[in-house]
Write a protein that binds this ligand. Structure first.
Ligand SMILES: *Cc1c(COP(=O)(O)O)cnc(C)c1O
Length: 465
């Protein structure tokens, strides 16, 4: 199994290297050279199996022998054992032909746990084999950082530093990052906004002396291992609803396009996925692109679904690569135009290919709140604002020929203020983390300054500056 860059000019890597590297050296994203296929019989045979068994069968062909079979099963068991629901990703019916895939039963109550938990296990296994250590740094507006800290806490081969904007994330998100007590996890509260945090992380990766000294690694949403882990629940959901004998549509609340791209990979593997519907909030670059064929940056608007507040959508490059017939030069040119001119026109041919797979819809803040209230009233389901964006768009695309699955990406208790404002109901935390507000917090406040942050990292990983 070989992995190639979407810009066509980086070394070809195996699974393990592609996962540990993250971004390719030519600035591109790694994708598998060929997409493994599951036959109809193999897909049908997933019915009634555990989530863990499905995860093994779906992911295994992509690994190219990076791990042994028994070892990989054990990593999967470790990854999902801490979830609060035996089904891991249970499906709930909302109405005729419309189903909600609950992806929020992991330890940090958002779908990012599905990918981050197994990534943590695979990093640890790969690194302990080679006897090396890495330092993971990441910036977060909330969900990614908490999922990363939860996944890497207590592992031997990894230190993890998460930068978040001081005073600008929800209390639940902050406490999920500041209350783990393991010595290898470090929450850094930066005096700045999310963009400042991202800029600091980028600057650390561009400081090659520092990068090499601490063996920097990243686990942001472009990491191929994360995309792969998310392919699994498309299979389990579709098979529950009658695949391979039945086509199933999916609506996905989308920011960086990682989650919905996993649905496209499932389709390419042979799962009968009908439409993949991109649901966006006001930050609608993906919706505009699919409508007008022009991928053009705008400023970021803060919304009540903050995990989808993005200016550009990093994983969209993977979709473009396929839409351009896997022409890395064409993708590289478009990405240069994005940097230089703030946008580009997608070619007629490529936009046609994208529209064969993806449809889209945008939801305003008022519509999001109204959907949270309506869903509670008509189904008893309390949706988080991201999931409500998904449900609202899905309602526009329901059809008799195929059931619709909307991905519920976070638990409502992770965004209690928006949910309470919409419904008057304050969603309680699940019992297993009800003491989150009592646990002791541990956090380092740091100036928005590269040197200051690098000094803390060096110091904590035991290097003298
Ligand atoms: C990260 C996130 C999203 C967006 O996922 P992408 O893979 O970036 O499209 C949606 N909802 C929630 C709750 C998230 O944390």
């Amino acid at each position: 199994m070989r992995y190639i860059s979407t810009r066509g000019d980086a070394p070809v890597l195996g699974f393990e290297e592609a996962m540990l590297t993250g971004l390719a050296r030519d600035g591109g994203l790694y994708v598998p050279e060929d997409i493994p296929q599951l036959s109809e019989a193999e897909i049908a045979d997933l019915a009634g199996r555990s989530y863990e068994e499905a995860a093994f069968r779906v992911m295994w062909p992509f690994l190219g022998g990076a791990f042994g079979e028994d070892q990989f099963r054990e990593l999967i068991a470790n990854a999902y054992g801490g979830f609060g629901h035996a089904a891991r990703a249970p499906l709930v019916q909302l109405g005729p032909g419309h189903f909600l895939l609950e992806l929020f039963h992991g330890p940090t109550l958002a779908f990012k746990d599905f990918a981050m938990q197994i990534i943590g296990q695979m990093f640890e296994a790969a690194l302990s084999r080679s006897g090396s250590r890495v330092t993971i740094v990441g910036a977060t507006s909330g969900d990614t950082g908490s999922a990363a800290i939860e996944a890497f806490r207590g592992l031997d081969a990894v230190d993890v530093f998460i930068l978040y904007p001081h005073g600008r994330i929800s209390e639940v998100q902050r406490r999920q990052m500041t209350t783990p007590s393991e010595a290898n996890v470090h929450a850094l509260a930066v005096d700045g906004d999310f963009d400042d945090c991202q800029a600091l992380v980028k600057a650390m990766f561009n400081d090659f002396a520092f990068r090499d000294a601490v063996a920097l690694a990243g686990v942001n949403s472009i990491n191929w291992g994360r995309v792969l882990a998310q392919v699994v629940y498309y299979f389990t959901a579709a098979v529950s609803l009658g695949a391979p004998g039945r086509v199933v549509d999916f609506t996905v609340p989308t920011g960086n396009f990682g989650d919905i791209f996993a649905g496209y990979i499932a389709k390419r593997m042979g799962l009968p996925v009908g439409r993949l519907i991109v649901a966006t909030n006001r930050n609608d670059i993906l919706h505009r692109t699919l409508q007008n064929g022009a991928y053009v940056k705008e400023g970021v608007h803060p919304t009540i679904s903050p995990s989808m507040d993005i200016q550009v959508s990093s994983n969209f490059e993977r979709a473009l690569f396929d839409a351009y017939g896997r022409d890395g030069r064409a993708v590289a040119q478009q990405m240069e135009a994005l940097v230089a001119e703030g946008g580009f026109e997608v070619s007629q041919g490529a936009i046609g290919v994208l529209r064969e797979h993806y449809a889209s819809g945008r939801v305003s803040e008022e519509e999001t709140s109204a959907q949270i209230a309506l869903s509670l009233e008509t189904t008893g389901e309390l949706l988080c604002p991201h999931s409500a964006v998904g449900v609202a768009v899905a309602e526009r695309y329901l059809r008799r020929e195929a059931p619709m699955v909307t991905l519920a990406t976070a638990h409502p208790a992770k965004f209690p203020d928006a949910v309470e404002a919409a419904t008057g109901v304050r969603p309680p935390l699940p019992a297993r983390m009800a003491d989150l507000y009592e646990r002791e917090e541990r956090v380092t406040r740091v100036a928005n300054d590269l040197q200051a942050v690098e000094e803390i990292v060096r110091d904590r990983v035991g290097l003298v500056a």
